[in-house]
Every structure is written in C-alpha cells, then in structure tokens.
Design a protein around this ligand. Sequence first.
Ligand SMILES: N[C@@H](CCC(=O)N[C@@H](CS)C(=O)NCC(=O)O)C(=O)O
Length: 290
Amino acid sequence: MTYDLAIGDRSYSSWSLRGWLLFERFGIPVRVRTGILFTDDLRRLLSDFAPARQVPAIRTPEGEVVGESIAILETLAERHPEAGLWPADPAARAMARYMVAEMHAGFRDLRNDCAMNLLKSYQDSAPRPEVLADLARIEAIWARARDRFGAGGPWLFGGYSAADAFFAPVATRIATYNLPVGPAARAYVAAHLADPAFRRWRAMGKAENLEQPSYAKPYAERPWPGPAPKAAAVAQGPSVNNTCPYSGQPATDFLKMDGRVWGFCNPFCRDKTLHDPEAWPKFMEMVRAA
Ligand SMILES: N[C@@H](CCC(=O)N[C@@H](CS)C(=O)NCC(=O)O)C(=O)O
C-alpha cells in the first residue's frame, strides 16, 4: 500500500509541482496519476479523489483523501516525522510555516500575470508594479530566512524543506519571465533550476508533450535559463541494455547519447530521459556501469 497523488500537466500545474516535490524530495513512495488541466480527463481523475476539486490531491494508504497543498504537507509531515519536511529548529520551523502559509494565500499578482510555464523562457515580460511589489516581498522573506537559517546550504533554511517546495514554482516564474531580482534571490532561483528533482519534473513535462494555448504570452523568447540538458536523440535499437533502467521490463523504445543506444520499456520512460538524461540516477548508473 502506498500513497496516490493526483496531479495536472507538469509543465503548467504549479500546485501539483509543490505536492509532488513533497514526496520526491523527502523519499516518500507515491503512485502518481495525471490528468490534463481544463479537460474531462482531469475531472475523471478527480472523480477518483472525491471530494477533492483540484490538483494536487492525495489518497493515504488507508484511503483518506486530502486536497489543498498545505493540508497535504501537514499530513505528510505528521505521518513521516523522520523525513524532515519542516526544519528541525523550532524558530526555523515557525518561520517556514509562516512562509508556506503566506505563499499558499498570497502573491496573487505574480501568480496571475506570470503563470508557471516550464516550456518557455522569455526575454522580458514587462512586469506591472503590482508584480514588482510581490517580488519585493518575496525577496525580503527569502533573505530573512537565508540570513537567519540558510548557512548550511543553498535553500531557505540551509537544507531543503517544505518551504522550498512551496517556493519552487515562484523560482521558475522569476527565471522564465526573467523578472528583476537581486543576486541573492537569483542564486536561490538557480538552486531550484539545478535541483535534480525539479529537473526530472520538467523533463517529464516535456515528455508529456502537452501545450495549453491559454498560457501563451506575446513576449520574445530566450533559451532555458537553467542547466542545459545533455544532448540525446530518439534512436532505433538494438541497445546496450536489454531491459529498462526504471522498470526492468524489455527495452522497446530507444535513445542515443554520446554515440551509444539505450532502451526503455515505453515512450514516456524514453522521452523523460531524452529531455534531461543526467537528472535520472538509475539511467546514469546504468550508463556508468556499462
Ligand atoms: N489552493 C489549492 C490550489 C490548487 C489549484 O489551483 N490547482 C489547479 C492546478 S495548478 C487546478 O486544479 N486547476 C483545475 C481546476 O481548478 O479545475 C492548493 O493549494 O492545492
């Protein structure tokens, strides 16, 4: 028995990203089920998670459904105290809770004007003053956390905590809409873009190959501002490996990287790897061992 997690399109659903990071970053096993935003597909998925009305939603191994990302976080933190979702220090923990609650309830101008879109990166999004005011507040609270508690690592409280999962989609917005922030905030944004868990999420979003026209913006584009994924291309077999690095099933779909062909058990496993090979430890272990 494990958790079930309902999510929307990985390229666009910022709340789903928060929910998923809580599992992925803290090593809590989960079965992920996806639905396409704004379609009957999502409504069908959510009918299995009643009474949840939005993604993310979870079902615990005992069958209890929990919606609202902040409630999902508290449920997981209570059930998995050893996972360290909240900082261990009580003052840091109080501040992290405050920041997560403010994120959950606020920053509406930033969220409305700059919807998360992990498929695009813009040169200039001409942010309104209201968006700049949200950014100023975000920079202030990030700096306060980093100054007081961040010495042990690149995250708000040093090591990765639930507060970082909640601000991950904000970091992507600053990056992809090229929003003006100072060097400390830029460094924190860069830590998110380089985070292997976030890179896996983005690669899976690209593999889903879904474009939501309502997210299109008229701004000039620029290259992705995070680490450039290693080059790989779709290929024909045979492959170096006979079985998929993720499932152990026979290899049926192939990619080529550094002159060698690798096999996977289905197009999605192939494509998520294709879009960022180095973000997938099981694949890279196989490459190194071959
Ligand atoms: N307050 C909710 C927000 C969830 C939310 O807005 N989810 C969006 C996707 S990012 C959604 O389900 N949209 C589809 C809909 O509302 O029908 C949370 O914290 O989980």
